[in-house]
Design a protein around this ligand. Structure first.
Ligand code: H2U
Ligand code: ZN
Length: 347
């Protein structure tokens, strides 16, 4: 890291979206003011009668969940997208534009256990989660252009139920975040003749300043352009277009690296670390997708402790995102956490 240059306010560009952020490292004289929670564990039962995701329970509209052993997928009873009968589009003077949108939403229960999170699940259970991500993506991309697999974790992220679960929203349109990545990756390949993310992770492994975890199949790092304090990017080391295309070694490697990342996240503030995460892979449709590389984004909101979050307000709503702690410092803070979960240490 070029300390001289990096200790002063500067901007960095996100090559995946083409957007810039402002870094103000001088505002954190000492980055680690972190207040760590005492690790008091709120006990949840293994099975909760009132939970709409636990096996055997009845959901809000009367459907009954089966007694599933590992994972369970169902159509969201309050779906944000539906298949509509007929395509339509309106445009009035370029000012009032609208279009029909087809899609479907599903909920994935990650475990039959109500009291666990991915961070506390064992290797086999995590491989089952990866398998369900893979099979769901493979099925839905036969019909839809974009399959968004994601997890919203923690009350602070607006998650309504602590039962470990994620979601899938599949649509006939490509939403704007992946659309930016589509454009930037295509332009990078055109201009440099190389795959953007594969080149990026190769250089990051050489520099070794922002790496959080690495194994034979995967790299996890705090990207050079991270906006959220402890944001990370998870990328396969081999050229892979989509979650549907991962092989058994990548599945196992993913389960292993997710475990490392999530245990360290939890240990950072001795709390069940909230985040939104999701997978981006090549959209379906016409044309070559060689410029794409599969990846997951983790966007955790926390800044200094279990209850102090970063607010995206003021300058950030009106100008551009800004951060104080450098991505290099954040990577070091995550990397230096133990690989033993704090709850296990307390037992
Ligand atoms: P959260 O990740 O925000 O907790 O969302 C869980 C999803 O579960 C939410 O999208 C769905 C909600 O619509 N849900 C059902 O499909 N059936 C239910 O009985 C309760 C919640
Ligand atoms: Zn439950």
């Amino acid at each position: 890291m070029n300390m001289q240059h990096d200790a002063k306010p500067h901007r960095r560009r996100n090559p995946l979206t083409g957007e810039w952020l402002l870094l103000s490292p001088q505002r954190t004289q000492r980055p680690w003011q972190g207040k760590v929670e005492d690790g008091t564990v709120r006990l949840r039962p293994e099975h909760d009668e009132g939970c709409y995701l636990c096996p055997g329970n009845t959901r809000m509209q009367g459907q009954v969940n089966p007694d599933y052993p590992y994972t369970y997928v169902f159509d969201n009873d309050f779906s944000a997208l539906n298949d509509c009968a007929k395509y339509w589009k309106c445009d009035e003077d370029g000012l009032f534009q609208s279009e029909s949108s087809d899609g479907t939403c599903r909920v994935i229960c990650f475990s039959r256990r109500h009291d666990l999170t991915l961070a506390e699940m064992d290797h086999l259970a995590l491989t089952k989660v990866v398998e369900v991500w893979k099979s769901q993506t493979a099925e839905l991309e036969q019909k839809y252009r974009w399959v968004q697999v994601f997890e919203n974790k923690g009350e602070i992220m607006g998650c309504s139920n602590p039962h470990p679960h994620g979601q899938i929203w599949a649509s006939d349109f490509i939403p704007q975040e992946p659309a930016k990545e589509e454009k930037c990756q295509a332009e990078y390949l055109q201009q440099y003749g190389r795959n953007l993310l594969l080149t990026y992770i190769e250089k990051e492994l050489e520099k070794d300043e922002r790496i959080v975890a690495v194994n034979e199949q995967w790299v996890c790092l705090v990207p050079y352009w991270a906006i959220w304090p402890f944001e990370t990017l998870l990328v396969p080391r081999r050229h892979t277009l989509r979650m549907s295309g991962i092989d058994a070694a990548q599945r196992d490697g993913l389960a292993a690296i997710m475990k490392e990342l999530l245990v360290r996240y939890d240990n950072l503030f001795n709390t069940s670390f909230p985040y939104s995460m999701g997978w981006h892979g090549a959209p379906m449709g016409d044309g070559d997708s060689d410029h794409w590389q599969l990846h997951a984004h983790y966007y955790p909101p926390l800044l200094r402790s279990a209850d102090i979050k970063k607010f995206m307000v003021g300058y950030e709503m009106l100008g551009c995102p800004q951060r104080d702690i450098l991505p290099e410092q954040a990577a070091e803070m995550i990397r230096s956490q133990s690989l033993i979960h704090y709850k296990q240490l307390k037992e």
